[in-house]
Design a protein around this ligand. Structure first.
Ligand code: HEC
Ligand code: HEC
Ligand code: HEC
Ligand code: HEC
Ligand code: HEC
Ligand code: HEC
Ligand code: HEC
Ligand code: HEC
Ligand code: HEC
Length: 348
């Protein structure tokens, strides 16, 4: 019995030595050496301003992360060689994070180039150290894909943008998103994740209807929620939409603000019309731009409806009267001219 156990032990030992010699786990072995110290709590690094930060790395989180089986510690910490490490000059913990964030771009260059155009990067360059870098959104040793579950994105952006997040959570979109629904927008559907543009620019505002159109012009999706799928087409046929589209296409800023989807519906606080409250507030939205119009102002407007025999029959009748009468009149005119010419031709 003891003999068999010894034999088994020996076989496993030899096999594992061969495996390591083969290169199979050298990466993990290297990480293991670092984790001998860093896998335990207690040690800290010190900064020039007198503050400290623990140098603990959670080995389990690291092993399960996207890099755990692929990279080793020194793939990112290329400046670490001996122990004790050569001390670095760093003002505080934020300084360290900003420095370490630069390592990501070595392998994920495409993402880095996208970030270059973002409002966050612009803020960072202008000296706002709190603006997020790769590490603030992704973490360092426990990185997992942020694509699923989608609501994780909201938590990530919302951890800094708490005001917007609180408002959003109560909106028609946010309520469903936080319950795990994938049909409603999370922060990145409207803003993107890396190339986040400055939302206060007029051109962003003019083009914002296209963000909404991604879903609200999707017939299938809208049918599932019993919503009107023609909100985009009716908007673009309307004076507001037609003007917005023209200005956006010409990259021109309008002299006075024109209504886009968000001017009437709100942005992070969009509510449903199903309860009826939203409809009562619509007049207030119009009055922001059409000062002092009477309550009947909204009645004279088709909203997102195409005129039909049931809805706005008067408009429908006028529209069809025009559609029938105008061709008839033109036909009559042509006939009149032809008959006239014919008469001229036959009168000698
Ligand atoms: C003998 C224990 C020990 C070993 C082994 C060790 N470290 Fe450290 N490490 C420390 C201590 C203590 C600190 C905090 C003091 C300091 O900054 O030197 C530290 C700090 C760090 C820091 C933060 C400070 C800096 O200079 O960037 C990093 C990153 C780091 N270690 C990475 C590694 C890596 C990677 C390995 C493996 C190649 C490793 N360490 C191996 C003890 C160790
Ligand atoms: C994908 C790149 C990457 C790999 C791989 C990596 N690190 Fe780090 N490490 C970072 C970044 C980025 C920071 C800065 C984190 C911060 O400031 O919040 C960091 C910080 C540290 C620190 C300072 C304490 C802290 O958490 O801020 C230590 C210690 C450290 N790493 C050790 C290790 C060890 C040990 C390994 C291997 C098991 C390892 N790192 C693998 C990117 C990496
Ligand atoms: C030495 C090269 C290297 C460095 C440095 C590096 N990564 Fe990676 N990263 C990889 C590889 C390889 C993969 C796995 C391949 C893949 O899925 O794209 C990966 C995967 C990822 C993924 C998941 C990708 C996916 O599609 O699921 C994220 C997120 C990520 N890395 C973020 C970071 C961040 C943030 C940093 C900086 C702290 C960083 N990486 C530093 C090589 C690197
Ligand atoms: C403001 C937060 C934020 C910053 C800053 C950021 N990312 Fe991301 N990143 C995300 C989100 C959210 C996703 C999820 C996918 C999506 O919605 O596009 C993502 C996706 C990714 C992916 C695809 C893998 C995945 O998670 O599914 C990689 C790789 C990646 N980021 C790398 C980086 C690198 C490298 C940097 C720094 C140059 C960076 N990111 C900066 C938020 C951020
Ligand atoms: C680590 C904190 C942090 C995280 C995480 C973060 N942001 Fe930011 N964000 C900032 C800071 C700081 C600013 C610049 C100051 C400001 O205007 O609020 C900013 C600015 C912005 C702006 C421009 C605001 C304006 O008024 O000009 C938008 C839009 C934005 N972030 C969206 C996002 C989205 C979307 C995410 C998630 C993918 C995200 N942020 C994640 C900190 C963060
Ligand atoms: C349905 C699309 C949509 C969603 C979802 C969305 N936003 Fe916005 N957000 C916008 C639009 C559009 C603007 C700019 C409005 C304008 O045209 O003036 C904006 C503006 C902002 C601003 C700058 C103005 C302000 O109010 O401070 C920040 C910051 C911001 N969003 C962050 C977020 C965060 C964080 C989330 C997720 C919790 C989020 N947004 C979700 C569409 C969206
Ligand atoms: C990722 C897809 C998506 C995007 C992008 C999106 N929405 Fe929605 N929206 C939905 C879905 C799905 C619902 C239905 C939710 C429900 O019925 O509870 C909805 C509901 C609504 C409602 C409530 C309708 C009602 O009366 O019940 C309004 C208003 C609305 N969205 C406006 C907007 C505006 C404005 C934008 C752009 C700033 C936008 N949405 C962007 C998917 C989206
Ligand atoms: C000038 C103001 C205004 C603009 C601009 C506007 N809407 Fe509306 N929207 C309304 C009003 C008012 C209603 C309520 C209609 C009703 O049921 O009487 C409404 C209703 C809706 C509904 C609910 C439809 C349903 O089936 O109940 C959605 C979704 C919607 N709008 C999305 C959008 C989108 C997307 C845009 C931009 C492409 C947009 N709206 C532009 C005023 C506006
Ligand atoms: C963000 C500002 C804004 C909001 C909000 C707004 N409008 Fe307008 N509206 C305009 C501008 C600007 C024009 C002129 C467009 C043009 O010249 O093409 C206009 C034109 C009109 C016209 C055409 C007649 C005219 O006065 O030129 C009507 C009718 C109208 N809007 C109705 C409404 C209704 C109803 C609402 C509310 C549901 C509303 N608008 C909300 C900016 C707005």
């Amino acid at each position: 019995m003891i003999k068999t156990m010894l034999l088994l032990f020996l076989t496993i030992a030899i096999a594992s030595v061969c495996w390591e010699a083969h290169g199979g786990t050298t990466q993990n072995a290297e990480a293991g050496a670092c984790l001998d110290c860093h896998g335990q709590k207690g040690d800290s690094m010190r900064f020039q301003d007198g503050s400290k930060k623990e140098v603990f790395v959670n080995a389990d989180e690291w092993a399960q992360s996207v890099h755990g089986n692929i990279l080793t510690c020194t793939d990112c910490h290329r400046d670490i060689s001996g122990v004790p490490h050569t001390p670095k000059k760093m003002q505080d913990a934020r300084d360290f994070t900003l420095q370490q964030s630069n390592t990501c771009q070595r392998c994920h260059y495409a993402y880095f180039t996208r970030v270059l155009d973002s409002i966050h990067y612009e803020m960072l360059k202008s000296g706002l150290r709190e603006a997020p870098t790769c590490v603030d959104c992704h973490g360092s040793h426990g990185i997992r894909s942020l694509k699923t579950p989608r609501l994780e994105v909201n938590n990530r952006c919302g951890s800094c943008h708490t005001d917007v997040f609180d408002t959003y959570k109560k909106s028609v979109h946010g309520k469903l998103a936080m319950a795990g629904n994938n049909d409603v927008p999370v922060c990145t559907d409207c803003h993107g994740a890396h190339a986040i543009l400055n939302p206060n620019q007029t051109q962003f505002h003019l083009n914002s209807y296209q963000i909404c159109a991604k879903c609200h012009a999707d017939q299938e999706k809208m049918k599932r929620y019993g919503l009107n799928p023609n909100v985009l087409t009716t908007y673009l046929e309307d004076f507001h939409g037609a003007s917005t589209k023209a200005y956006a296409a010409e990259l021109r800023d309008p002299k006075k603000p024109i209504a886009t989807c968000t001017d009437c519906h709100g942005i992070h606080d969009i509510v449903s019309f199903k309860g009826g409250i939203a409809r009562a507030n619509i007049l207030k939205a119009c009055q922001r731009c059409h000062a002092q119009v009477p309550a009947t102002f909204t009645d004279a407007w088709l909203s997102h409806y195409q005129a039909s025999i049931d809805k706005y029959p008067a408009v429908w009748i006028v529209k069809w009267a025009y559609r029938i009468l105008i061709p008839l009149i033109i036909l009559g005119l042509i006939l009149h001219i032809l008959l006239h010419l014919w008469r001229l031709g036959t009168r000698r």
